[in-house]
Design a binder for this molecule. Structure first.
Ligand code: SPV
Ligand code: MG
Length: 431
């Protein structure tokens, strides 16, 4: 009897999956791989039910003879173990980033005379409704909020990109690339105070008020499912911060990062070139404690950001503050630096990790941009935030277009570098 292998990356079975199983059954004994949690995340399919529940779901299909775990989006290990006569999949993997997965499967099964079977992908109203329902579920506050903690425990490093609108949210949500056979995408989104203010043409001095910042969060949430880390600046007065925590938590934001500065806050990348005052350890701890006290779920995180290296107060001061903030209840530590050389960040992470193995560390490698995510993770970093690169790439492109239209008195000369009208109108999903 021939064996047929297929892998499911889903939480809900619909007729498309059952069609694949039926086609598989015609070819032989059906073995189904259930993709493990971490691989589901890499694949942009964040699980809404547990791995065990997904296994049970597949086991309930009568035509399936055996269910196995597939740990990686690539089939290499499982194919080497099972040597199936056929690997069957929807023909949607003939193009796009998943083509790399298919190419590897074709090569592997070819080595022992196996075959890849591409079944026409089922796409109809029912299937679309099921897909939409999973997406809607992931958008709900209770799912989105806890997703950051889940990611921290499941991924070596949580890759986070700045967003400040529905459009940038869509880029964070949908961009997925295939690089040397590996799929890569962003895990989370950062609502930067710098970029949220810049998008409004305002300075990054806590001038854009919370109502407006919440409006940005809402715009992003309307069109995305990924978890949100909110840049809470100084958190403001402790008496105000507690309300911010409640609002963010209720909206489904996963974390707020507050920095230990007081008075008129300026952007950290100015460093000591402008007047900035660091808060006392005592005051800042009281703010963290107050925030933790009002929070209603265990999911929400208050992350304390240390400005000692930015304000040239030294490594010892940074470490002393980290210890105190964790003791006050901080769920994570963000350490910031504006040096080009990542050495002081690495030193902080190594020293902090030698005494605290668990508290998540967050970094924003804007200045120290030569160090890779993998290297940062080796030093104990859990979350890497690309805090302003989308804004900084969009601005010069728009400015150049404006200049050229003024120069040529028409838009023909700029047209080649623009997104086509067809693409821009199909960028946005319709319900
Ligand atoms: C932001 O993105 O607003 C930040 C990070 O706070 S930084 O601009 O580097 O201070
Ligand atoms: Mg900021």
């Amino acid at each position: 009897m021939s064996t047929v292998y297929t892998c499911f990356t889903t939480d809900v079975l619909h007729e498309g999956h059952l069609n694949i199983i039926n086609e598989a059954k015609k070819l032989g004994d059906v073995i189904v791989g259930v993709l493990a949690d971490e691989a589901m995340i890499r694949f942009n399919r964040f699980p809404t039910i547990s791995f065990e529940e997904r296994v049970k779901l597949v086991e309930s299909i009568p035509e399936v003879s055996k269910v196995v775990v597939q740990n990686d989006v690539h089939y290499d290990k499982i194919i080497k173990e099972l040597k199936p006569d056929y690997v069957i999949h929807g023909d949607n993997w003939l193009e796009g980033p998943t083509k790399a997965i298919r190419d590897r499967v074709v090569k592997l099964v070819g080595e022992y005379g196996g075959e890849v079977v591409d079944v026409p992908y089922t796409y109809n109203e029912n299937v679309k409704r099921t897909d939409d329902r999973i997406k809607e579920k992931l958008m709900m506050p209770e799912y989105r909020r806890k997703r950051l903690r889940q990611l921290i425990s499941m991924c070596p490093v949580v890759k986070t990109i700045e967003v400040h609108s529905g459009l940038t949210g869509l880029i964070a949500e949908k961009t997925i690339v295939e690089n040397d056979g590996e799929l890569s995408q962003f895990d989370a989104m950062w609502i930067s105070s710098l970029c949220d203010s810049t998008a409004k043409g305002k300075p990054d001095i806590e001038l854009v008020d919370m109502t407006s910042r919440f409006r940005t969060i809402d715009d992003v949430m309307e069109v995305t499912t990924k978890p949100i880390i909110f840049d809470g600046d100084t958190g403001g007065l402790t008496e105000h911060f507690v309300y911010t925590v409640r609002s963010l938590e209720r909206m489904g934001v996963s974390a707020v990062i507050i920095e230990d500065k007081t008075g008129l806050k300026k952007n950290s990348l100015f460093g000591t070139e402008v007047q900035q005052t660091q808060d006392s350890i005592e005051n800042f701890c009281a703010k963290i404690e107050a925030g933790k006290k009002v929070q209603l779920t265990d999911d929400f995180m208050i992350i304390a950001r240390i400005e000692s290296l930015i304000l040239e107060q030294g490594m010892e001061d940074a470490l002393t503050r980290a210890r105190a903030y964790v003791k006050a209840g901080a769920d994570g530590i963000m350490i910031h630096s504006r040096k080009k050389d990542p050495a002081e960040i690495v030193e902080f992470c190594d020293k902090f990790r030698s005494e605290d193995k668990d508290t998540p560390i967050v970094v924003v490698p804007t200045s120290f941009n030569t160090i890779t995510e993998e290297e940062l993770a080796e030093h104990g970093v859990n979350i890497v935030i690309y805090a302003n690169q989308l804004t900084r790439s969009a601005f010069p492109a728009m400015e150049q277009t404006a200049k050229d239209i003024l120069k040529y008195h028409r838009a023909k000369e700029v047209d080649d570098r623009l997104m086509s009208i067809k693409n821009i109108i199909s960028l946005i999903d319709e319900l």
